[in-house]
Design a protein around this ligand. Structure first.
Ligand SMILES: [Zn+2]
Length: 337
């Protein structure tokens, strides 16, 4: 039964998402391995048929007849595909009527009540928000990155958070407010900044062909984590380098993985600079649809000693979802092979 008023609809959607998280044991998995909530893998686990294809004027749809199934468009960035898929999964889990969903599901992002009181849509959106952006997930990444709640007033921090949890910048701003990390006024203030400006600032003098790809700022805090991105994404590595002791980051390892180094510079940490460290800042363009384990060592180039430190990240830049099998299905087939 669909909720009869707005607050009950938000509650029902939120609870249904929490229940599914528990059923699939997602929190334990993510807190162990890092990354985001893999919506497409969840759909696959539930054996809910999924079709990803170009859709005219729609982001997605939930169908129930003759059997349940969901459609998600290929024509949007991965963050929107993930939110749409979670919205449709919500319709399925809450046994809703079939639904054709357009841009309105995004416009209702701050969980506003739709005109005409369509509470089924409120339930599905509340489900999607809670399923993709639960409070513990934000808290986990915040602790991992060493951020504090005060940092959520900085657009660049919120943008990097959004990449790690796999949601749009806008959705992340509203969800931070919803979870009480910031006020609604602060969310609106954050939204004055466009992700494009943040990308330009991160890339400094480097000018890519366009700014559709995301720009990941990777530091040692990302060691051992999973990067789930899209083709055209760029990496800015910001690493402390103990050059006073003769240690250098082995950027050739990036090149060997097919990355193009488009910028590489050093910034002094302290003005004295006596035997101290520097910040190595490397901007790298991954090869097309890169997927693999990226490993770079900080070592003395002339010595066979074990490295002083190593940054290892598991990277999948095959997004957004394309027609055919979802990336989650492909990964499972590869693992089973
Ligand atoms: Zn819907």
């Amino acid at each position: 039964m669909v909720s009869a008023d707005y607050p009950s609809a938000v509650r029902a959607g939120t609870m249904a998402a929490t229940r599914l998280h528990q059923e699939l044991d997602l929190r334990r998995q993510i807190e162990g391995a890092g990354g985001n909530v893999d919506v497409f893998a969840a759909i696959h686990t539930l054996d809910l048929p999924l079709l990803v294809r170009p859709l005219q004027g729609l982001l997605g749809a939930y169908l129930s007849d003759p059997q349940p199934g969901v459609l998600v468009t290929t024509q949007r960035p991965m963050s929107i595909q993930r939110f749409t898929a979670a919205h449709e999964l919500g319709h399925y889990r809450m046994r809703h009527q079939p639904s054709l969903d357009d841009e309105n599901i995004l416009r209702r992002m701050p969980l506003q009540a739709p005109p005409g009181g369509d509470f089924q849509e409120v339930e599905a959106n509340a489900f999607a928000v809670e399923f993709t952006m639960p409070r513990w997930l934000i808290a986990w990444h915040t602790a991992r990155q060493g951020w504090t709640v005060a940092d959520f007033r900085r657009p660049n921090v919120v943008y990097q958070l959004s990449l790690r949890i796999g949601t749009s910048y806008e959705a992340t701003c509203w969800t931070l407010a919803r979870h009480g990390f910031i006020t609604a006024a602060q969310a609106r203030e954050l939204l004055q900044t466009q992700p494009r400006e943040l990308k330009v600032a991160l890339l400094e003098a480097y000018r890519p062909q366009d700014y559709r790809g995301d720009v990941w700022l990777l530091t040692k805090r990302d060691a051992g984590s999973r990067i789930d991105g899209s083709r055209n994404d760029l990496f800015v590595l910001r690493l402390e380098e103990h050059s006073g002791g003769g240690y250098l980051w082995d950027i050739d390892q990036l090149k060997e993985s097919g990355f193009a180094i488009v910028r590489d510079d050093l910034q002094a940490i302290d003005a004295e600079g006596v035997g101290g460290s520097v910040i190595r800042r490397v901007t790298a363009a991954p090869p097309e649809t890169y997927r693999g384990r990226l490993e770079i060592d900080e070592r003395r180039p002339w010595e066979p000693d074990p490295p002083l430190s190593t940054l290892v990240v598991d990277v999948d830049l095959t997004g957004p979802e394309q027609e055919g099998l979802s990336r989650a299905e492909r990964r499972r087939l590869l693992e089973a092979a």
